[in-house]
Design a protein around this ligand. Structure first.
Ligand code: MG
Length: 303
């Protein structure tokens, strides 16, 4: 039997909190530049004690969360309108996303606009993956529905199969993390084995398989060199590393974020993805209160 809407949305809210704190934490290191970021991360220091600003990852996740809270499922037309209506140029959106959302705001149909991006192949950016963890937590009691709803939520902006696979894979990771609540935390291989069968055939899936195969004592440097770190902003270059990090530190939110940030690359998005997955497993109490207080408040429109 499916869980009640109330139970589902409470889980999604925890993943949203983990995603947004991770996003804002990661953004700190983008802001100071990679050279200074490396020293902060080495000494486990954050560039700011307060005023951590969330970015596009959180803003788009808020639209998904609102859609689930109000309707319990994704309606693509409504979600496209919400993404466009809440678009804020100062939140670090990618150039493609800015063009797409401005087009939708001006009345262009999202399906056509998303498909014509990047010479007609559609986007395979990591923007579908970065915002999806709350949806995974919401549909954790039904992995088939989870994958289906994740595809719907991703297609609105990412028409390329790799972009979609990225969104589906991260939703499944958050769903599996939710299902493992209250159980002994599995090792990374066991965690990824539960996700892999449901991820569509793709480079993203291949990368997750590599993330599974890496030795259990593999270093972050090795993982990032094999899997990527999001530096290319693509789903293929992002999701494998993120699920590796989540699988390494599924029970420890802080350690998971430090590990994730240490590879550089698309740090805010990587930390949003990992923060969302880990919070789906450990819940609100697993996110340090000091980090939650440091993050800029979430806006009322979605909550
Ligand atoms: Mg961002």
């Amino acid at each position: 039997m499916a869980d009640s809407d109330q139970i589902r949305i409470a889980r999604a809210r925890e993943a949203l909190e983990g995603l947004s704190v991770g996003d804002a934490f990661g953004e700190l290191f983008i802001r100071v530049g990679s050279y200074r970021a490396a020293s902060y991360i080495q000494y486990r220091q954050t560039p700011l004690a307060m005023g951590w600003m969330w970015t596009d990852d959180t803003n788009m996740a808020l639209s998904i969360y609102q859609e689930l809270r109000q309707h319990g499922a994704i309606d693509q037309d409504r979600l496209a309108q919400s993404f466009a209506a809440h678009f804020e140029p100062t939140r670090g959106y990618g150039a493609g996303a800015i063009r797409l959302l401005m087009n939708i705001r001006q009345g262009a149909p999202w399906r056509q606009s998303a498909r014509t991006m990047f010479g007609g192949q559609g986007s395979y950016g990591n923007g579908g993956a970065m915002r999806i963890a709350p949806l995974g937590a919401y549909f954790a009691d039904d992995l088939t529905q989870c994958a289906d709803q994740a595809r719907l939520a991703t297609e609105v902006t990412h028409a390329h199969p790799e972009g979609v696979a990225g969104g589906v894979a991260v939703a499944l990771a958050a769903a599996v993390a939710t299902r493992l609540r209250g159980e002994p935390t599995p090792d990374r291989r066991t965690f990824l084995d539960l996700i892999l069968p449901h991820v569509p055939e793709s480079i993203v899936r291949e990368k997750i398989r590599h993330a599974r195969e890496l030795a259990l004592d593999a270093s972050m440097q090795l993982a990032a060199s094999v899997l990527g770190n999001g530096g290319q902003i693509s789903a293929q270059d992002t999701v494998g590393y993120c699920v590796w990090c989540a699988g390494e530190q599924l029970a420890n939110y802080e350690e998971a974020l430090w590990l994730t940030a240490s590879a550089g690359g698309d740090v805010d998005t990587n930390c949003a993805i990992v923060g969302g997955i880990v919070a789906a497993h450990i819940g609100m109490d697993g996110i340090p209160q000091s980090s939650r207080d440091a993050r800029e408040p979430l806006p009322n429109w979605a909550l």
